[in-house]
Ligand binder design. Structure first.
Ligand code: CA
Length: 672
């Protein structure tokens, strides 16, 4: 009721042009906010109500179709009436399965049919929405589906995966290649007997699978799935509909919904949470996007000359700061959580979104479940008309509430800048990146031993807590880590580059932020040097399962590091104060290729004294251990929590390019 009063007050301020029965607005900001949560379709078996918010429209109409075939004309066209600022109409009878579109008239002109932005189902290629009875889409046992147990963000080990990449390889042993259902198959193996797909994810021990765009995107033609097509999917079309090419039947709206849910349930049953990569910062099409055809201009930002602004470098940017856009994003995210049981979101180009919107959605989602994981790219791909101070840029992370940002600082400190492929990082020979790696180790937080004037891209700690920093060394963008090392270190042997690769991943997995792995990096994933494979072939993008056996040492290394992290709270102390209290660095060595630190008395950890030593130099070197008796549990190629070799005192030789962990043994300290 309060919302309705506010709404009526808003309406009373609108300038009404008496020659036109519809209100006219001087600016987009004058549009009245629609306060209710019923935009789109409200289905019942006896009638379906359609609602479209578009205040400046002069007329609106609904078209109903028996089919998603675009050449087939509508069987019904129905005028919509404006009620409470939204255009609405009700169609009697059971409309389950009916396809539909909206169209509006503005400035005396009908703008063309478009799909309801709130559509929950769509036909082939998303050109028409579809009314569906969502109850029919629940798989068996859906009501018992539960999020796997999860503590705080730094307990996560995120695995970034493209749906198709996991299963499309001929050696995957997976039946539903390239499909949501491909993530549900158990017992799949390569011809050599190595586990693949979901079983591999379980073996690795990752806590979260982060799926590249899996909402309905534009670029893959769902009408010809028998031809080879590929796209990452950063060209959104229907935000609340799963992508059709990952379903077994894109024409049947229920199939893609049900199969997405089956996937979520299979992952949940396996103890793995699901993060969706969401792209609310721009739409795939611009002038003829659903938003632009139905609510012209409102969803976008513009330059002063009236052209679309383009902070996404994809032709447009979404005006997240407008109230009805913010409401749209919030309701869309809520929908994925409620209907699909999604456990987290990664915000593409989060730096385009305004801070207030990010905090609004964080508050809403954490109100539903406080363990929902939220993180994003704290940058944009071009200039935005919205001032930097208002946007969710990495530097503004302290203003975000429980939303994390990717650390490009540690990413490029470890391997060199992604914008300069020949550049080297700490693991590949650079002598000036150690301080930035240490910044990554503390999860971009404030620590008295970090020299913030020596960090590659930051001059201050930008994460108030380590749970607001995502540590990584590679992702779907740019070269894979393995390809990158081949470019930056062409004269080094393959074995040497494998050591670099493992040192980089060991650093990420032992650091205090949220660790994030690019799928397949554990088997030295290569895309054949392709730097931007967004529309490249399966041959480039697929996870090549025969490489799992070829790189068994590194696969086991990463798997065991994940287990080590999960078993030892010392590597995920969880808050800044604890890091300051328990983690202390040794002085940096002059050559800049060596980092060592100690974690002492970490709460609840069985190991009370841990010494982590990262040797970035391609040479063995002497390490003098702190006082006491120590047991090595990690070296450059092996993890063994029970101990590698004999216990140690005094000094030892460290292997070239290696991560090392030593644990002070009980024999040398009083029992507690
Ligand atoms: Ca699509």
């Amino acid at each position: 009721m309060v919302a309705r009063l506010v709404y009526l007050l808003c309406l009373s301020f609108i300038f009404v042009n008496c020659s036109d029965p519809r209100p006219q607005y001087n600016t987009l900001e004058d549009y009245p906010v629609y306060p209710y949560a019923d935009l789109g379709v409200t289905y019942t078996p006896t009638a379906t109500t359609f609602k479209l918010w578009s205040p400046a429209a002069q007329e609106a109409r609904l078209r109903l179709y028996d089919t998603d075939v675009r050449e087939v004309a509508p069987h019904t066209t129905q005028k919509m009436q404006e009620v409470d600022g939204a255009w609405t109409t009700t169609v009697d009878g059971d409309q389950d399965g009916t396809y539909y579109t909206f169209e509006i008239k503005q400035n005396g002109r009908w703008l063309g049919e478009a799909t309801d932005p709130y559509a929950t189902a769509a036909g082939t290629n998303g050109w028409r929405g579809q009314v569906v009875n969502l109850l029919d889409t629940d798989p068996t046992g859906w009501e018992d589906d539960r999020r796997p147990a999860f503590g705080t963000p730094t307990d996560a080990v995120i695995y970034e995966l493209h749906v198709r990449d996991l299963s499309i390889d001929p050696n995957s042993g997976i039946k539903h290649k390239g499909k949501f259902l491909g993530l549900t198959e158990r017992g799949t193996v390569t011809p050599n007997g190595d586990t693949t797909g979901l079983d591999h994810l379980i073996d690795m021990g990752v806590t979260h699978v982060h799926l590249l765009p899996s909402f309905d995107y534009w670029s893959v033609d769902e009408a010809r799935l028998d031809s080879a097509q590929y796209n990452w999917g950063y060209d959104p079309q229907n935000y609340n509909v799963p992508e059709g090419s990952y379903s077994t039947d894109p024409a049947n709206g229920k199939a893609r919904i049900r199969e997405f849910k089956i996937m979520v349930k299979a992952l949940h049953d396996a103890g793995i949470r699901v993060v969706m990569d969401v792209v609310y910062n721009h739409t795939g099409r611009t002038e003829n996007s659903n938003f632009q055809l139905l609510i012209p201009d409102y969803f976008y930002r513009f330059n002063e000359d009236g052209t679309f602004s383009n902070a996404s470098a994809c032709g447009n940017e979404i005006a997240s700061d407008r109230p009805m856009v913010r409401k749209y994003i919030r309701e869309s995210l809520e929908y994925w959580v409620d209907e699909y049981h999604v456990d987290g979101f990664r915000f593409d180009l989060m730096g385009i979104h305004d801070i207030a919107t990010m905090n609004d959605v964080a508050e809403t989602l954490h109100g539903i479940d406080s363990t929902i994981l939220l993180y994003g790219e704290g940058w944009a791909a071009g200039p935005s008309p919205l001032p930097d101070s208002l946007r969710a840029l990495k530097v503004n992370t302290p203003k975000l509430r429980r939303v994390a940002a990717f650390s490009d600082d540690v990413r490029d400190a470890l391997k060199g800048s992604v914008f300069n492929p020949e550049e080297r990082g700490f693991v590949s020979g650079a002598t000036d990146r150690a301080e930035s790696v240490r910044f990554g180790i503390v999860g971009a937080t404030r620590h008295p031993q970090i020299a913030y004037d020596s960090i590659n891209y930051s001059s201050a700690p930008w994460a108030p807590e380590p749970s607001q920093c995502v540590n990584y060394v590679s992702c779907h963008d740019n070269h894979t880590l393995w390809d990158r090392l081949a470019i930056s270190n062409p004269r080094d042997s393959r074995a040497t580059r494998e050591r670099m690769h493992r040192l980089a991943l060991a650093t990420v997995l032992t650091s205090q932020g949220i660790p994030f792995l690019h799928a397949g990096t554990e088997m030295l994933r290569s895309k054949g040097g392709n730097e931007n494979s967004y529309n490249s072939s399966d041959a480039v993008n697929a996870i090549k399962w025969e490489t799992k056996g070829q790189h068994a040492t590194t696969v086991a290394y990463v798997r065991d590091l994940i287990a080590l992290r999960k078993a030892h709270p010392a590597f995920r102390l969880g808050n800044t104060e604890r890091i300051v209290q328990h983690l202390s660095f040794d002085k940096l060595v002059e050559d800049g290729q060596f980092i060592s630190y100690r974690i002492q008395d970490a709460p609840t950890d069985q190991w009370s004294d841990i010494y982590v030593v990262l040797n970035g130099k391609n040479a063995s070197r002497e390490l003098i251990l702190p006082e006491g008796t120590w047991q090595q549990v990690l070296d450059g190629s092996e993890v063994n929590a029970q101990g590698i070799g004999e216990s140690l005192t005094g000094s030892l030789r460290l292997a070239p390019i290696s991560a090392n962990i030593f644990v002070r043994t009980a024999a040398a300290e009083p029992s507690r």
